[in-house]
Design a protein around this ligand. Structure first.
Ligand code: K1U
Ligand code: ZN
Length: 162
């Protein structure tokens, strides 16, 4: 049955859920209708807020789920356009020693932007929305989004680096 998407409320800086270490997802949970609904709702919420990423704690769910959805934008005109990538239980396998500074914003930190130093590329392993293991190398703006979203799972915000 097709899922009806919902826009979820977004937690704001100062709320406890953004400072907790998110819990790993039990792979057996992934194919359940309730979990699939959460993934759909996270994506809808990100798109409605014009974000290029979102993490489950931002919608008050302390689980290890992120979505990465790069697109060109005024700050990163050369950013690739990608289909939203859902990553469940992401593991960062390798961070490049080369770092780059770039501007970040956050749907949970209103009207603040800052320059943050991040690894230029990284290798990530995760489960997709079907429960299949994926391993990918990301670079540039996409690698930045992955690191920003992964930080949300560790209870960190980009303003912690400022
Ligand atoms: O996790 C979030 O709060 C989403 C966040 C992702 C992000 C943006 C920029 C760098 C790293 C991670 C956003 O989507 S903020 C809004 C936005 O679209 C944006 C902000 C700054 C530069 C480019 C895009
Ligand atoms: Zn954020």
């Amino acid at each position: 049955m097709p899922l009806t998407p919902h826009i979820l409320p977004i937690a704001q800086n100062g709320e406890m859920v953004l400072r907790q270490i998110a819990q790993a997802v039990d792979p057996k949970e992934i194919k359940t209708p309730l979990f699939q609904q959460l993934l759909t709702d996270m994506q809808t919420t990100m798109e409605n807020a014009n974000g290029v990423g979102i993490a489950a704690p931002q919608v008050y769910v302390s689980k290890r789920i992120i979505i990465v959805a790069s697109r060109p934008n005024p700050r990163y005109p050369d950013a690739p356009e990608m289909q939203p990538e859902i990553m469940i239980n992401p593991e960062i396998l390798q961070l490049s020693p080369e770092t780059v500074c770039g501007e970040e914003g956050c749907l949970s930190v209103n009207e603040q932007r800052a320059m943050v130093e991040r690894a230029q590329s990284l290798r990530v392993r995760y489960l997709n929305r079907h429960g299949d293991t994926q391993e990918n190398l990301y670079e540039g703006f996409v690698a930045r989004i992955v690191q920003h979203e992964y930080d949300h799972l560790e209870g960190k915000l980009f303003i912690d680096y400022v």
